[in-house]
Structure formats: C-alpha cells, structure tokens
Design a protein around this ligand. Structure first.
Ligand SMILES: Nc1ncnc2c1ncn2[C@@H]1O[C@H](COP(=O)(O)OP(=O)(O)OP(=O)(O)O)[C@@H](O)[C@H]1O
Length: 489
C-alpha cells in the first residue's frame, strides 16, 4: 500500500558530501542532494558521471566511503538497505533462469504469505504488470530468459514496485528498452505514485522524457551534482549544455541517393513479404545506411539475426560482418575480460602480421577508440567495472574497429549519453562514406533520420519504405499503423 498523505516535514532523503571510490576510480566525489516526498527528481549526466552509483547508495545496498545519507530521519541502513526504498536497475536484477513469478517472490518474499506463496506471487505479478502496462501479454509462469528485453524491463519495473509500503522508487534508465506505448504507460504510473506522495528518482539520458515527467532535475558531472533546476525553467538544450561538452551539429539529412548510388552492388539481401502478402526484398547496398524501423518487436531483430547467421536460404551477405547487440548482458560483453580484450577481439586477425599478433598496433587501436568514444575506465579495467553506457560504447567500438564490411546494429546505443550518441551518428555516416554498409534497428524512431533509407516493418513484413528526408517519426508511426494497402502504396 502506498502512502496517501504527507507525513514528513522536510526532505525524505538528504545526501551530504557523499564520496565513493572503487580502487583508483572516484565514482562519487562529494554529492549533496535532497529528495522530497511527492516529487519526481530527474538525474541526468554523461556516461560514468556517477548516477547508478548514487542510486545504489540511496537504496542502501552499498555503503559510502564518507559523507552521509539520511532517509526519513534514519542514517543507518538495515540488512536489506533502507526500508520502503525500491529500485528498478539499469542492467536488470532478474534471474534469467527463473519464471516471472519466482523472480517476484524472490524479490518481495518479505511481504508474501508463507501459505500459497506461489499463487500469491503470481497474482501480485499479474496485477501490477497489468496496472502499469495494460495488455502486456506477459504471463507469471513465463521464464525470464524467454522474454524479449522490453518485457524483461517491464517485469523489472513491476518487481520494484511490489512491496507493502513504498516511499522512494528509483528508476535507473527504465525506458531504454521500452516501446513508445510502454514508456507512456510507465510515466502515467509514475505520476500516479507522485500524487500518492511517493518520491521518485528517475535517471535517464532521454531529456525530453525527463522534462515531461520531472519536478526538479539534478545534473551530475564527474561524481558530483553540478546543478539543480526546476523542470519548468529549463529546455532540452539547457540540460544538454549543463551536462558538459559541446553541441555537436550532426548532419541528419541522410540519404540523397542519386540513381548512380542506387546501382551500387548489393551488400545484403533478405527475401520478405509486404503486408499485402506480395513478395518483397530487404536490400542494403554498399555504402548505405539502411534503417529497420517501426514499432518494437515487429521483426526488425529477426532480419538482423538472419543476416548475422550468414548467407543461406536466399539470404545474401558477405563473410565480413559485425553485430552490435543492445542486449549487452546477454550477448554483448565478455564479462571475464578487460576493456582492451573486449574491444579488440573482432579486430585481432586484421591487426596481426603473418599470424603474429602486433601488440603495439592493438594498443594504439584501443587508445584511439577509448579517446574517440570517451570510454571512461581505461583499457585495463574489468569490463564489468564500467558504467552501463561505457560498456555499450566498448561493444560499438568492437564492431567498428573490426574489418567488417557490413555492420548490423541492434538498438546499439542503449544507455549511451547524448553527447556520445551525436559522435556515433557522425561515425556511422563517415564509415558509410568509406563504403561500409550499416543496417540499423533503433527503438527510437527519431534515430532513423540518420539513415539513407528505412524499411518500416509490421508483423515481420514490410509495411513501406522511406527515403532521406521522408524518414520522420510521424511517417514511421503512420506507416506502422496504416491499413495494409495504403502503407504499401
Ligand atoms: N563496481 C564497480 N567497480 C569498479 N568501478 C565502478 C563500479 N561501479 C561504478 N564504477 C565506476 O564508477 C564510475 C561511475 O559509474 P556509474 O555506473 O555510477 O555511472 P553512470 O553515471 O550511471 O553512467 P551510465 O550513464 O553509463 O550508466 C565509472 O567510472 C565506473 O567505471
């Protein structure tokens, strides 16, 4: 049950001079911050700024080196962290090999009855999932490992809200893998909690979302809160500048393919169908950036999977290809290796001479990418010690550092900060100009404007194609929902 009335005077949480280090890395360098009941506090900042670390401290699951956190008058956390504080984790906290209901039980067993707990956990899971994300289609008996990343994210959020008393809810990048509708549903629920006097802390790189739902916004920079403002007093650009770095102008004009370019050799081909059942093909040419757009889960990832598996059954693609997964926990990072090894693994063959490794060239390549993508942590750091966004940058760098001619991007920039994203859009264009083919699925329609062409998919079929300046959010949405005959026309 949620608090329904204001019972506290003053802030619910007060953080003073919070410092946290991990070996040589200073993750928090003296944070001062407070959170009020009944507000949504936004936290923004570049990758590695210390946002997730601060959230773990607010939760009470790790302790500070120095400084203090006072929660509702308590400065000592219990064995399970601060009471009445729950968090949905950026990397997810679900056990993949357990069912949805067993995960809910494991996380909330303190509030579950001892009799019929299995049924109780299943009912609570269903009820909360349906309350936040109506018509989600997730069943309590589903195994988490079988769910797509967007469904896993919904379960992670629902899990965090199941408790007998919620006073502070922390959402760490909750929408990075959610579809548009689920994002709106989540924020409707967040506003409802706020009206019930729950405090919510929302960490996100999506500034538009932060501005639409938050009351106040704190900007973190290099382990400290550098500024705090009222959401209604600032614009997206103000926040962008406050986070640091210059505004990089990216030419998103995308495809201006001349007839000549349209005759370039085909780099990838997948036989498909239109939504009207006519035979059709997905085609990407050398030097082209081709988008796979539409509502999440309409077959975009399946096209990438078919291409990644290689040429067979009418699928055409060259041997030299690289894949960037968005689901980095499952198929991206090599957790036992350091940053340098994670980054160079696909490039090793191209870097060696007559079968002998050239370690100086490897070192140069690693240094170059770390600098270019501002990967915070260093070459020798364990990959799991990097912040989520920095881990993702290593996976992106791995693909572009290889000698792949075709690069498959599966929602590749999850959790990457907006400054680095701007650099990556530029990188994609530059690499395409050099002749590489980029095939790119993004759950953010607005990213598709950086493509030359985009296929809009619906139910594993082609609903239509857009080119250059035609590739807009509105057109993608219209095509995603249009009646079959209209869209294909
Ligand atoms: N368990 C850990 N071991 C080693 N270093 C860590 C650990 N956790 C965090 N760090 C370091 O602390 C710094 C802050 O990381 P944190 O995850 O808090 O950043 P963030 O702002 O959440 O970034 P992102 O936007 O990428 O999620 C990073 O340099 C990271 O490498």
């Amino acid at each position: 049950m949620m608090n329904k009335k204001v019972t506290d005077r003053g802030p619910l949480v007060r953080v003073s001079h919070a410092v946290k280090t991990y070996g040589p890395t200073t993750a928090l360098s003296g944070v001062n911050l407070h959170v009020n009941s009944g507000e949504v506090l936004g936290i923004v900042g570049h990758n590695g700024a210390g946002k997730s670390t601060l959230m773990r401290m607010l939760c009470g699951i790790e302790s500070l080196d120095s400084g203090s956190i006072d929660f509702a008058g308590m400065s000592t956390r219990g064995r399970n962290g601060f009471p009445d504080v729950r968090m949905a984790y950026q990397e997810g906290s679900l056990a993949l090999e357990l069912s949805v209901k067993d995960n809910i039980f494991m996380s909330s067993s303190r509030w579950m009855p001892r009799l019929h707990w299995h049924r109780f956990a299943a009912d609570r899971a269903s009820a909360r999932l349906n309350e936040i994300f109506p018509e989600n289609g997730i069943k309590p008996a589903d195994f988490v490992d079988d769910l797509p990343i967007s469904d896993r994210q919904m379960v992670e959020i629902a899990r965090a809200t199941i408790t007998d008393k919620l006073r502070l809810l922390i959402l760490d990048e909750p929408t990075e893998s959610l579809g548009r509708e689920a994002v709106e549903q989540l924020y409707t629920y967040v506003r409802k909690l706020r009206d019930q006097n729950v405090a919510i802390v929302l960490v996100s790189h999506r500034l538009r979302e932060i501005l639409s739902v938050c009351t106040r916004i704190a900007v973190m920079k290099d382990g400290a809160v550098s500024s705090i403002c009222n959401a209604e007093d600032v614009t997206e650009r103000d926040l962008f500048l406050a986070m640091g770095g210059e505004v990089v102008a990216v030419d998103a004009s995308g495809g201006h393919q001349s007839a000549n370019e349209a005759n370039r050799p085909v780099a990838a081909r997948v036989p498909m169908e239109t939504v009207d059942g006519e035979p059709a093909e997905f085609i990407a040419r050398e030097g082209e950036v081709v988008g796979l757009a539409g509502i999440a889960g309409q077959g975009q990832e399946r096209v990438l999977e078919r291409l990644w598996r290689g040429a067979r059954n009418d699928v055409e693609i060259g041997l030299k290809r690289a894949y960037v997964p968005g689901d980095r926990q499952r198929s991206g990072i090599l957790p036992l290796w350091n940053v340098a090894s994670n980054l160079t693994i696909s490039a090793l063959a191209g870097l060696s001479r007559r079968g002998i490794r050239q370690t100086d060239r490897e070192g140069e390549l690693v240094a170059n990418w770390i600098d270019r993508l501002k990967i915070r942590g260093g070459a020798a750091a364990a990959i799991t010690g990097l912040s989520g966004g920095n881990q993702q940058k290593v996976i992106v760098a791995r693909a572009f550092a290889s000698d792949a001619k075709t690069i498959l991007l599966d929602d590749p920039f999850r959790g990457v900060d907006i400054h680095t994203k701007a650099e990556l859009y530029q990188l994609i264009r530059t690499e395409a100009e050099k002749g590489r083919t980029i095939i790119w699925y993004s759950s953010e329609n607005s990213e598709m404007q950086h493509c030359d062409r985009a296929y809009v998919l619906r139910a594993n079929k082609i609903a239509g194609q857009l080119q250059g300046a035609q590739i807009t959010d509105e057109r993608i949405i219209a095509m995603s929902f249009a009646e079959a005959k209209d869209a294909a026309a």
